[in-house]
Design a protein around this ligand. Structure first.
Ligand code: F6R
Length: 237
């Protein structure tokens, strides 16, 4: 894990520097959850070492739980502040995360898509993978061309989140998530997976059929998508 995070973080620092040198901001799509934690720690280390600046970086997070405000500790707004944004030099106005408290959800989702387009699209998208094969919260049945929208969380996904929420009854039932189509438009994609709980789904995503029953399988058809796995998550390949 540490090695994968070091390699990917160094690549990302180079990408950001070269895009910035071309005279425009680098646009990053970011994920939450347990998986990216060592990666974000490495980005913070590079930043502190003077090897990575977020001053000219624009970010879009994949998703947010519906019903959670930015100050809820399990919200993805709070997660990103805690694990990355609070430790680097990113301007607050460059950060975009879906708002889980909006009343007009379709309008908010359409505006999110437009903000991504207006930023020139996503240069680099970071992903984890759920045991349902989801990327973002695109649960089984999410169409390949889906866009940012309200989604219902799979029972397995809610179960996996239950410990963090102190019980299944506290886990939100819905989220706002970028769609598969939104994610697949990113120019470069990196999916991280650690641990044996991910071994079966990593194998299905990479070696199984391309199907909307496993959103991550769509990545097989992306021109520049790479999986970074540890030995346990790659054990069934
Ligand atoms: C998070 C996200 C999800 C997670 C996935 C894995 O923003 O969109 O797809 O990446 O649920 O979660 P962890 O890393 O906690 O196993």
């Amino acid at each position: 894990r540490a090695e994968a995070c070091r390699i990917l973080a160094a690549e990302l620092a180079e990408l950001v520097a070269s895009i910035n040198a071309s005279g425009r901001p680098a646009v990053l799509g970011l994920a939450t959850g347990r998986t990216p934690l060592p990666f974000y720690a490495e980005l913070i280390r590079l930043h502190r070492a003077g090897q990575l600046s977020f001053a000219n970086v624009v970010t879009f997070n994949l998703d947010e739980y519906l019903g959670l405000s930015a100050d809820h500790p399990e919200s993805y707004h709070a997660f990103m502040r805690r694990e990355l944004f609070g430790h680097v030099d990113i301007p607050a106005e460059n950060i975009h995360i879906p708002d889980g408290t909006v009343t007009d959800i379709p309008a908010h989702c359409a505006a999110y898509e437009k903000t991504i387009r207006d930023a020139g699209g996503i240069d680099f998208q970071l992903l984890g993978i759920g045991r349902t094969g989801h990327i973002g919260f695109n649960e089984p049945g999410s169409p390949r061309d889906s866009r940012t929208r309200r989604v219902e969380l799979d029972p397995i996904t809610r179960q996996d989140a239950a410990p963090a929420f102190g019980g299944l009854e506290n886990v939100p039932t819905h989220a706002i998530s970028m769609g598969c189509g939104t994610i697949l438009e990113a120019r470069k994609i990196a999916l991280l997976a650690w641990g044996e709980a991910k071994a079966a789904i990593v194998n299905e995503a990479l070696s199984g059929p391309v199907t909307d029953q496993v959103s991550a399988s769509f990545l097989q058809q992306h021109p520049d998508a790479t999986f970074y796995v540890d030995a346990d998550a790659g054990a069934r390949l």
